[in-house]
Design a protein around this ligand. Structure first.
Ligand code: S3P
Length: 182
């Protein structure tokens, strides 16, 4: 039995749009031979619509409801040993933070300066409804700061390769504890 066998083997990747949650999460999960889940992808499969279509057809409020349901379901069915990349707004919702707390897991915030996040999101223009308006993007960045600060660990991603960020996450002692157990 591992010294920390009560802690679920689950890593949540949190951060603003463009922080690299999906790219880093895939690499990390592959290295650990864990499952990888991207909450936005789970939502798209569940709803048979893209995130952009849900925003356009139903609005953000409905998207947030779907997101919370999808997170709850995912945490019930996700197997031991999972890396979960959340959409940028998910951790900003208190109800989701509570769901995550109940389920357990280590929360890791990926950070980058605002101008870098804007640059990365411009490269994938069109897929993120909340990145289309620069003012709204900047407002959200400021508004989510306090919620994001609640993540247990913060990892800066600026000027780092995806693999380097994954290395840093693997070396966090709490992560070493849950990844060493089997
Ligand atoms: C959102 C971020 C997106 C997606 C949706 C809303 C947000 O995910 O969930 O467009 O509110 O920040 P990414 O952070 O993966 O882009």
């Amino acid at each position: 039995m591992s010294p920390d066998s009560t802690q679920p083997r689950r890593i949540f990747l949190i951060g603003f749009m463009g922080a690299g949650k999906t790219s880093v999460g895939k690499v990390l999960a592959q290295r650990l031979a864990w499952n990888f889940f991207d909450l936005d992808e789970v939502i798209e499969q569940r709803e048979q619509k893209t995130v952009a279509q849900i925003f356009e057809q139903c609005g953000e409020r409905v998207f947030r409801e779907i997101e919370s349901h999808a997170l709850t379901e995912l945490l019930l069915r996700s197997k031991d040993g999972s890396v979960i990349a959340l959409g940028g707004g998910a951790f900003a919702q208190p109800v989701n933070r509570e769901t995550m707390k109940q389920a357990g897991g280590v929360t890791v915030l990926l950070t980058a300066p605002l101008d870098e996040l804007e640059r990365r999101c411009r490269a994938a223009e069109g897929t993120r409804p909340l990145a289309r308006d620069g003012d709204r993007f900047r407002e959200l960045f400021a508004a989510r700061r306090n919620a994001y600060a609640l993540a247990q660990f913060h990892v800066e991603t600026l000027n780092k390769e995806v693999a380097e960020v994954a290395d840093e996450i693997e070396r966090i002692p709490e992560i070493e504890l849950i990844t060493a157990s089997s």
